[in-house]
Design a protein around this ligand. Structure first.
Ligand code: ADP
Ligand code: MG
Length: 454
């Protein structure tokens, strides 16, 4: 998580305690911090309704939240999605330099307990189980029933927005529900790192250790963050061992498999691999629709099935986006006093899909796929058949078909004159592989994200 995210999320935590949940989920949940330079915070909102609503109705509250978190007034600027212009050196870049240069802002008060409590947002009851996540879900439930005994550590792997945080929170919540005295702590690896740095800086290491070692359950989200950070890894290793040896439960989530985590010490990697590793795959359309139904119900809205199907077909890889889009449709309908219909959904999604998809062109896909697999574009266009080239080529064809309006024959042409049946075959091949092979679907997600970033 980036600095501005940490800052904004802390503000949102504050906001959550002050506004009704419906208002929070409509107006605040879809926002995202994009930049912070210690004077101005730039927040991205889905459209101008949001900007206006936040400015007109919530500016005082947001100022109060920022004051609470940062300890001083911070100007907030809203931008619409995709409007961020690049400026020379963002605070974010400052933060991503080595850990000694860790964020200098202090979160005034850090929460030490499980953030959203048992009746909070993420629990097992509102986690929709489908074929893509049933194993991760079952493992999470087993751990929640039998902490420290079932699988230790439990390592949950998936791409972005597929439910890792949700499951980690659900485990924590369920354990606390059974045993309110359990010492459960949920935090992100970034928060762990910041905590460590602050403790080192202020000579408070004994305090740091006494915070983690007596826990019964430690849930660390996005553990990939500690890659390349030696001191954090070392301290995490000790924390892990202390807990593990006394049969305390550790649950980790990551956006990559332990073996794909570079810059991580071998001894830690082998700890990560020593329990159960489970993954969440990309959801199929049925699961996506079931999730949408669940979310609509939660917001007390009736969303027709064709609208859910439409959203599910438009959002390929990310449940967070799925939900974001649904909320956008709900907000739009309530603004314009219209009923939610396929027509309305198309109207709202037009901008969204356009924004998302305009980045995708066949040449761009070729370029990104080639660089992802350390190949040349010419290799992808060639007729070489070795697997290290043919698989990336098939992936590039798949993406060209899925994400651009280009026809099959035209795609074939842009791949050095291949037949359209080859393109179709590749498309089907990859569409099948995605369901079975998480490594491929993960590569594809990474490439998609890179293309979206431009
Ligand atoms: P990750 O941590 O993997 O990036 P999150 O756990 O934050 O993803 O999930 C993103 C959003 O999608 C959250 O709002 C979460 O509640 C929702 N979500 C993910 N999987 C499911 C599911 N199976 N059922 C219901 N909601 C889900
Ligand atoms: Mg997460």
């Amino acid at each position: 998580m980036k600095c501005q995210d940490t800052l904004w999320n802390s503000c949102l935590d504050y906001v959550k305690t002050k506004v009704h949940f419906d208002n929070y989920s409509t107006w605040f949940a879809p926002t995202q911090a994009r930049k912070w330079d210690s004077e101005t915070l730039i927040v991205e909102v889905p459209n101008h309704f949001y900007k206006k609503c936040l400015e007109d109705n919530y500016s005082e509250l947001i100022q109060a939240a920022l004051k609470e978190v940062v300890g001083k007034a911070v100007a907030v600027k809203y931008i619409l999605e995709g409007q961020l212009e690049e400026s020379p050196r963002s605070f974010d870049e400052v933060c991503s330099s080595p850990e000694v240069n860790a964020p200098t802002f202090e979160l005034k008060e850090k929460k030490n307990n499980l953030t959203p409590s048992v009746d909070g947002k993420f629990n097992f009851a509102n986690f929709v189980v489908g074929s893509s996540n049933q194993f991760a879900h079952a493992a999470a439930q087993a751990v929640a029933k039998n902490p420290g005994r079932a699988y230790n550590p439990l390592f949950i792997y998936s791409g972005v927005g597929l439910g890792k945080t949700h499951l980690l929170q659900a485990i924590g919540g369920a354990i606390l529900q059974q045993n309110p005295a359990a010492r459960v702590k949920y935090l992100t690896a970034e928060e762990f790192t910041v905590d460590l740095i602050e403790s080192l800086r202020n000579d408070r290491m004994p305090g740091f250790r006494s915070k983690y070692r007596p826990l019964d359950v430690l849930l660390v989200d996005d553990i990939q963050f500690i890659a390349g950070k030696e001191r954090t890894q070392e301290e995490f290793f000790f924390t892990f061992n202390a807990l593990y040896e006394s049969q305390k439960q550790v649950v980790l989530s990551s956006d990559r498999y332990p073996k794909d985590m570079h810059d991580i010490e071998e001894r830690l990697r082998s700890r990560f691999e020593s329990g159960l590793i489970t993954d969440i795959k990309l959801p199929d359309v049925e699961t996506k629709v079931a999730i949408l139904e669940h979310k609509a119900e939660f917001h007390n809205k009736i969303v027709p099935n064709d609208v859910n199907l439409f959203i599910a077909n438009n959002i390929k890889t990310n449940i967070r986006e799925l939900e974001g889009l649904l909320l956008r449709i709900i907000a739009y309908a309530s603004f314009t006093h219209k009923v939610i219909s396929l027509e309305l959904a198309k109207e709202v999604l037009k901008d969204f899909t356009y924004d998302k998809n305009r980045q995708f062109t066949v040449p761009k896909i070729l370029k990104k796929v080639a660089s992802h697999f350390h190949l040349k574009v010419a290799d992808l266009k060639s007729s070489k058949r070795s697997r290290n080239i043919s698989l990336p080529r098939q992936i590039a064809m798949y993406l060209s078909r899925e994400y651009t309006p280009t026809s099959l024959p035209e795609i074939g042409k842009q791949f050095g004159g291949k037949d359209h049946t080859t393109v179709l075959y590749s498309y089907r091949q990859i569409a099948n592989l995605i369901k079975e092979n998480n490594e491929i679907s993960h590569s594809i997600e990474t490439i998609i994200k890179q293309i979206e970033r431009g």
